[in-house]
Design a protein around this ligand. Structure first.
Ligand code: HEC
Length: 142
């Protein structure tokens, strides 16, 4: 009897862990998707395909700051299983990985302070967007 209870308990834990894991993967991918949407908007402005819009640029930068602060805890150890494109390097070099989110947030904050018009936008935004590729190169399956 005790054994049955123990097994049932372990099964319950397993299910809860699997659920929590699916959840963090979805949550971090949702943050990344929000980044992707903002990058589409600002890239259009950088290429002159859309008019410069300071409010939209600030929304994008605030999304980057907010998302970079929320993302690190959404990569708990062991959450590479499942429908994730995160590479093992995320957990092998967690300090470096987390540091790139800090760097990304800091670059976005600096751009929020420096971008006042189209010229300052074109000067500052490319550096902010380099953060995406820098991290993906080492930490995401292509
Ligand atoms: C510090 C690292 C890091 C930074 C910075 C970063 N990403 Fe990611 N990104 C990842 C990782 C890791 C994944 C894989 C997540 C997973 O599948 O579990 C990912 C996944 C994605 C995805 C796929 C999401 C999905 O639905 O599967 C998109 C789109 C994306 N990133 C866009 C961006 C953009 C755009 C930026 C910059 C504005 C950015 N990322 C910045 C690490 C980063």
């Amino acid at each position: 009897m005790k054994r049955v209870v123990l097994v049932a308990g372990l099964l319950g834990l397993g299910v809860a862990a699997a659920w929590a894991q699916g959840n963090v993967i979805e949550q971090r991918q949702a943050i990344m998707k929000s980044f992707g949407g903002q990058v589409r908007t600002v890239s259009g402005m950088l290429r002159g395909q859309a008019p410069f819009d300071l409010a939209q640029v600030q929304t994008a930068l605030n999304t980057f700051v907010d998302g970079s602060q929320k993302a690190p805890p959404l990569f708990p150890p062991g959450s590479d299983a499942g429908d994730s494109k995160a590479l093992p390097a995320v957990w092998e070099k967690k300090a470096e990985f987390d540091g790139l989110f800090v760097q990304f947030a800091n670059d976005s904050k600096a751009a929020l302070a420096s971008i006042k018009d189209e010229a300052s936008f074109k000067a500052a935004m490319p550096k902010v967007l380099e953060n995406c590729g820098t991290c993906h190169k080492t930490f995401r399956k292509s």
